[in-house]
Every structure is written in structure tokens, then in C-alpha cells.
Design a protein around this ligand. Structure first.
Ligand SMILES: NC(=O)c1ccc[n+]([C@@H]2O[C@H](COP(=O)([O-])OP(=O)(O)OC[C@H]3O[C@@H](n4cnc5c(N)ncnc54)[C@H](O)[C@@H]3O)[C@@H](O)[C@H]2O)c1
Length: 363
């Protein structure tokens, strides 16, 4: 079973990440979970596979990431008498793990918690790296902590029940890692050719595990060197400035918003002279292979909302509220590596006013 450890440089913080069949009771370290946090669908479909222990049900999807849900989870911790010796297990997608990680890392100043991700997006991205959070006043991830899960266990068999939209959403983050890393990981993602492997066959399981393992290696490597996003980790926000703005105003799946963000930011990079047209095409080909939106217009269409002036103004306003901004400027990364544009990025400081102007004219 492939396993790796994410050790944060200069801190005692670490996370063990393994990939392989999930066996309740065996996958997790030491003590049985004192509480299992999952949404209603995950409890219904996978409940019997989970270890015994009290269940805390949270809402499905992004709506779980709010103050009311956080309070409800804390209420359950209180009722169950959880203390610092209690381990919390979160099973589900990134919305569940972001909420559960925040609830656990703040309860009594921090309980140990572990994740069993059940979406592709959570396996390749959300469950790794220790960012927890909820949305606040319509803004993404405004409240959160950096807290590493003690363990993450990825069983790709969970992925076979995802619908095509949710699977593609996860592919958007894998594509982001392919752009960042280039080389063999980019080749692996391109070689899938938009065809989804299924864990029900041995070859499919191997392909999914390679996809998940490659992404985790890339992300864990970056986070281990820069947990708090003071430098290199900012690159993991590739596509996320415009992406988060689109997600906030359109309510489309996270990965679809990131896909439109990756494409739009790369187009901006072409205008600013950082990205060449062959790199843009390579990225657009990858996104279209998975039917992911490759423009802001496509993101509006996916949401069923008119792409008129006011929508773009709202997107620019949401962008100006980005928590990554510094004063009236935002740092945006553009793909500019030696592997046909992949494998490295350049960062560019752009004034929010200038960005707002581009937001109106980008496709
Ligand atoms: N913390 C991080 O570093 C980080 C990184 C990337 C994204 N995120 C966050 O992750 C969230 C998105 O997470 P997500 O895409 O995993 O989706 P999600 O958690 O919002 O779940 C989406 C839907 O998939 C369903 N689902 C879960 N597992 C399933 C399965 N195996 N089969 C069928 N349906 C299943 C859920 O019930 C839900 O309806 C966003 O809020 C995003 O901000 C966090």
C-alpha cells in the first residue's frame, strides 16, 4: 500500500497519507474514532463500511461550510464529551473535511483528526495540506486554520459512485498539479485522454491510485516546504483567484470554477506576456478532455446564469475580496515552465483595478 508522510519543515506537524483498500478499524491509527463526521449521502452509501462510533451528520456540499454547521458540530462534541484524547474521523468530500478539520482543530484548542476522502477532489487536494475552513458572508474559506490531519486514508473504490460532474471537478485540481509539476505527472494526466478509470477493474484501480498518489506527492512536497503559504505554496492557488470568485457568485462545483479560473488566468498571462499560446492550448486541451469549463463564459453557462456586464462586475468584486490580496494588488501565478509551458510558474503582481478591467473582456 503506497504511503507517504508529509512533514512540515521547522515544525512538529506531520500527516501520514496512505492509498489502498479501506478496512474499517485497520486504516486508522490507534484509538477508535470518538466521532465520525460525514454528510447524509456518504452515511447512506458507505455507512456500513465505516468503523463503529457515534455519527455526526453534516449538510452535503458547500452549504456545510458555514458557522451554523460549525456550531452544530461543536454541540455534538459537547454532547459526546469529546476531549483532547478523542480522535475525530471525517469521511467525505472536501466540504466535509474542511468543516470537520476546523471543528476539530479549534475544539479544546485541537483534537486529533483523520480523513477518509470519498471524492476525487478531496483525495488529490482537499484532504492534504492541513487547510481547514468555512465560508463567511459569501466569501470562500474566510475562517479557518492550518492543522494537519494525523492520517489520511485514500481508497479509490469510493470514487466509482461519483457522478461525471464530481469526477471532472476533481480532475481540475489534478490538471492544476500537472501544470505545476509538468514531466511524468503531466504525461500521466494527459494519457488518460478524458477517459475515467474505474476502481472495479484492477487496471482502473491502478490508474486511479497513480493519479491520486502523483497529485498527493506534488502537493505534500510543496506544503512540507511552505505550510503557511508564505512563498511556494501560493503556487497551489493557480487558477484559484478567478476560480474562487466564480465559485462564490455562480455556486458551481469547486473544480469547475478552478478550471474556468485556470483558463482565464492563463489567457490573462498571454495578454501580459508571461504565457505563450502553445501553453494555453495545452491547458485548454486538458480541460476540454474532461468537459470542464475553459472560460468565464462557459462557467456562467454551466451555472445557467446570463454572462452580461453585471455578472462580470460581481466576479470582479468577489475577486477584490480575495483573502490573498495585499492592499490594492493581487499576486497571480502563470504557467511558464520548460516542459512545453508546464513545470514552473512566474508570479505577477497586478492592481485590482487592472484586473477588474480584464475581467470584463476575457472570454
Ligand atoms: N482544504 C483544502 O486544501 C481544499 C483544497 C481544495 C478544495 N477544498 C474545498 O473542497 C470543497 C469541495 O469538495 P468536493 O469537491 O470534494 O465536494 P463536496 O465535499 O462538496 O461534495 C460534493 C458532493 O459529492 C457527494 N459525495 C461525496 N462522496 C461521494 C461518493 N463517493 N460518491 C458519490 N457522491 C459523493 C457529497 O455528498 C456532495 O453532494 C470546496 O469547499 C473547496 O473549497 C479544500
Amino acid at each position: 500500500m503506497p504511503e507517504l508522510e508529509l512533514r512540515v519543515a521547522g515544525s512538529a506537524s506531520s500527516s501520514k497519507i496512505s492509498i489502498g483498500p479501506f478496512e474499517a478499524g485497520k486504516a486508522f491509527s490507534g484509538s477508535a474514532p470518538a466521532a465520525i463526521i460525514a454528510d447524509s449521502l456518504v452515511l447512506r452509501v458507505f455507512g456500513t463500511l465505516l468503523p463503529p462510533g457515534p455519527r455526526i451528520e453534516v449538510p452535503r456540499g458547500e452549504s456545510a461550510k458555514c458557522l451554523e454547521s460549525l456550531e452544530a458540530v461543536w454541540e455534538s462534541f459537547l454532547e459526546l464529551g469529546l476531549d483532547r484524547s478523542s480522535m475525530v474521523l471525517a469521511v467525505g468530500g472536501g466540504s466535509t473535511s474542511d468543516l470537520a478539520g476546523l471543528a476539530s482543530s479549534t475544539w479544546m484548542r485541537g483534537l486529533p483528526f483523520e480523513y477518509a476522502p470519498t471524492t476525487l477532489l478531496a483525495m488529490v487536494d482537499a484532504s492534504v495540506g492541513g487547510k481547514t475552513g468555512i465560508d463567511f458572508r459569501g466569501r470562500k474559506n474566510l475562517v479557518g486554520t492550518f492543522s494537519q490531519p494525523r492520517r489520511v486514508h485514500c481508497d479509490v473504490a469510493f470514487l466509482d459512485s461519483l457522478d461525471e460532474l464530481q469526477f471532472a471537478s476533481g480532475m481540475a485540481e489534478a490538471i492544476k498539479h500537472a501544470v505545476l509539476a509538468g514531466g511524468t505527472y503531466a504525461a500521466l494526466v494527459e494519457d488518460l485522454g478524458g477517459i475515467r478509470p474505474r476502481a472495479s477493474t484492477a487496471a482502473g484501480r491502478a490508474a486511479l491510485e497513480a493519479l491520486v498518489f502523483g497529485s498527493i506527492q506534488i502537493k505534500a512536497g510543496i506544503v512540507s516546504r511552505d505550510e503557511r503559504e508564505s512563498g511556494e505554496r501560493r503556487l497551489l492557488n493557480l487558477g484559484h483567484s478567478i476560480g474562487h470568485a466564480l465559485e462564490a457568485i455562480l455556486g458551481i462545483p469547486h473544480g469547475h470554477a478552478v478550471a474556468a479560473g485556470l483558463a482565464s488566468e492563463a489567457r490573462l498571462g498571454v495578454i501580459l506576456g508571461h504565457v505563450d499560446s502553445a501553453t494555453l492550448k495545452r491547458l485548454l486541451d486538458l480541460l476540454s478532455a474532461w468537459k470542464l469549463p475553459a472560460s468565464m463564459a462557459a462557467a456562467f453557462a454551466l451555472a445557467g446564469k446570463p454572462d452580461e456586464g453585471q455578472g462580470r462586475v460581481l466576479a470582479a468584486e468577489a475577486l477584490a475580496a480575495d483573502k490573498k490580496r495585499a492592499g490594492s494588488e493581487l499576486l497571480i501565478a502563470f504557467p511558464a515552465g520548460a516542459d512545453a509551458g508546464f513545470g514552473a510558474c512566474v508570479e505577477h503582481r497586478i492592481a485590482l483595478d487592472e484586473l477588474a478591467t480584464h475581467m470584463k473582456s476575457l472570454p
